[in-house]
Structures are given as C-alpha cells and as structure tokens.
Design a protein around this ligand. Structure first.
Ligand SMILES: [Zn+2]
Ligand SMILES: [Zn+2]
Length: 180
C-alpha cells in the first residue's frame, strides 16, 4: 500500500535525474552538492541570457529596426505570393524565392515597406538581372493596374519612421505572418 504513496511523492532530480523524496513540494533537486552547484549555474546562465536580450534590445539602432521590419514585410510578401509566378519572368516560383522591390529600397526608402512595391520574384531575376525591371513593370501593371504603377514611379516625400513606429509595424507584421 505504501509503495503507491511513495512513488507518487517521489521526484526526479532536475540535474542528475535520480529519484528522491522531497522534503517540501518546492524542492526540485536531490540533496547532492554537485547538483546544487550545477542548478545555481543554470539559474545564473538563464538570468544572464535574459539580461543580454534586454541589453541587445537597448543597443539596437534605427537601421536595425528597419532591417527587422523589412525581414517581416518580405516574409509577408513571400507568403502572399507563394502561388503566383515570378513577377518579372512569369516562371513558376520555386521553394526559394525573393521578395523583390520594383522601386529599389535603397533609392526609394519611402517605398521600402509598401506592399504594392514588393512582389514574389525568382532569385535569378532579383539577384542576377537586377530586378529584371522592364518585365517587372509589364506584369506589375497586370497585377495592380497602371495607375498604381505610375504612382509608384512618381517622386515621393521622404518618410521618417521613429523607432516606436518601426516597433509597432514589426509587431503588426509578425502577427500577420503568424496568422497566414
Ligand atoms: Zn541530483
Ligand atoms: Zn523571374
């Protein structure tokens, strides 16, 4: 009869995995000193990892946030366009393809997160043909209409995001990407 009770109250040491009987329900380890030391090391390590994360976040610059947001936006575009052909050459997209900008992100930072300006594009067109823009334009007109394409081609006012705005957008796209 007692064996049932004993095995129920027995617990596995978090460190050495040996079964022991805890004196209190909060005890996670056997009474060996090695385990106690190892356990406190693990706690310290976890604490440091948390602190490191906070520090890293504090040291991030605006351009780090811009990069992070671009990564999320591009992921969104790749998901959106995964069943479409390459926006430039029209060939089916393979497993690995890019989110290619029509107006380049470097030359037109105010359009770098604009969803009409970014489309699923094969790696060849994006990286080897510098975006294959003449063909891009033809298929872009089919997709979003000539008016929107001409709007993209206009000169745009510079857009200055604050870090807070960037953070907000990153959050937005992360949750969009999760639900896709
Ligand atoms: Zn132990
Ligand atoms: Zn292509």
């Amino acid at each position: 009869m007692n064996t049932t009770k004993a095995s129920w109250s027995m617990r596995k040491c978090k460190i050495c995995k040996v079964k022991f009987e805890p004196v209190h329900s909060s005890v996670q380890m056997c009474c060996s000193l090695t385990c106690a030391i190892e356990y406190s090391k693990q706690i310290e390590k976890k604490k440091w990892q948390k602190e490191k994360k906070v520090l890293k976040e504090k040291l991030k610059t605006k351009s780090d946030y811009v990069k992070e947001l671009q990564k999320e936006v591009n992921k969104f575009i790749r998901n959106r366009d995964k069943d479409k052909p390459c926006v430039s050459c029209g060939k089916p997209l393979l497993n690995k393809f890019d989110a290619g900008h029509y107006r380049s992100a470097g030359g037109n930072p105010e359009l770098r997160f604009n969803e009409s300006n970014i489309h699923g594009q094969c790696v060849y067109c994006n990286q080897h043909l510098h975006g294959n823009l003449i063909d891009y334009r033809i298929r872009l007109i089919e997709r979003i209409g000539v008016e929107k394409v001409e709007w993209l081609e206009k000169k745009h006012d510079p857009k200055h995001y604050t870090i807070e705005e960037l953070k907000e957008l990153i959050k937005e796209y992360k949750s969009k990407n999760k639900n896709q």
